[in-house]
Design a protein around this ligand. Structure first.
Ligand SMILES: [Zn+2]
Length: 302
């Protein structure tokens, strides 16, 4: 058996937009912060080019408005552009009306720049939880066909423990179908460990991440890996936050890029929609109301 293709993903946002630092930065001040996301994303583009891999860039609408050329460079290099919403608000703190408005706005911004349909979505801080499952209906109604916002773990800010761990088709509360690529976890006795990238990739020793992600591939399954442009930027301005947030954000920034290179050399990567299609969960174009509900509510797809 050949090694599975995994999804390489980047959440394109700047260091001051991260939920862990929200206590130190008022969103009204975002425009006055030192803007570093362009240079950091360009560095990732260089690395991906060097290792000849394609990735999916979930791009924040707020950033895309300011960095149209960057979005074009991502698209021109053959990567996939997808949506990371507009303002990086946690979804369970938004009303469905505001969520719909922002989702539509960010989709239009990206579609105007790339001239392509934007059909993939990832929520700020994976904030689609049991409490905000309604967001999945709205994504379908707004023309999205696939999503990667669900983290099947316990966490203070996100998580849907006990939900499927592999790419699958899910049926929303209103009966739409959506391809979902949950953030990758490792099943341990009595515990589900998040291993999909970001802060976890910086926290665990590299050998552990490689082993854990490899174990997913050895089960014949693909994993999703995610990173933020600011995670390879140890020179970013330091913000004054409580120790736990400080640890989460700044831990091991200086070794992240070299770890990423090892990972790119070790595993096979491509865009998320490519993996979803290969796995047969993104075979249908869109948006038709599913009849699965009436026939058998428990049926899982794929
Ligand atoms: Zn984000």
């Amino acid at each position: 058996m050949t090694d599975p293709l995994n999804a390489l993903t980047v959440d394109v946002e700047d260091y001051f937009q991260v939920a862990a630092l929200a206590e130190a930065v008022d969103r009204n001040d975002w425009s006055s912060m030192e803007y570093r996301v362009e240079a950091n994303t360009d560095r990732l583009l260089e690395l991906f080019d060097q290792y000849r891999v394609k990735a999916t860039f979930f791009t924040l609408g707020w950033v895309a408005e300011r960095s149209k050329e960057l979005v074009r460079r991502i698209d021109d290099a053959g990567h996939e552009v997808a949506s990371h919403g507009y303002s990086h608000q946690l979804i369970y703190n938004q009303t469905p009306e505001v969520f719909r408005e922002e989702t539509r706005k960010s989709k239009h911004i990206l579609e105007d720049i790339t001239g392509k349909a934007i059909t993939g979505y990832r929520a700020a801080s994976y904030s689609i939880t049991q409490q905000s499952r309604w967001a999945l209906d709205i994504l379908c109604e707004e023309g999205f066909t696939w999503d990667s916002s669900i983290f099947p773990v316990h966490h203070d800010r996100y998580g849907m423990p006990g939900t499927p761990r592999w790419p699958h088709r899910l049926t929303t509360d209103k009966g739409y179908e959506l391809a979902e690529f949950p953030l990758t976890t490792l099943k341990l006795p009595g515990y589900t460990l998040p291993i999909a990238g970001g802060g976890y990739f910086r926290l665990f020793p590299y050998w552990f991440s490689q082993w854990a992600l490899g174990s997913i591939n050895r089960q014949g399954q693909p994993f999703v890996f995610y990173l933020h442009p600011w995670e390879i930027d140890p020179g970013q301005p330091r913000l004054d936050v409580k120790w736990f947030s400080r640890f989460r954000h700044y831990n091991n920034l200086d070794v992240c890029e070299q770890r990423l290179e090892k990972l790119l050399a070790r595993f096979k990567f491509t865009t998320m929609s490519h993996v979803l299609k290969e796995r047969g969960v993104l075979d249908e174009p869109v948006l038709r109301q599913s009849r699965a509900n009436e026939i058998n509510p428990q049926t899982s797809h794929g």
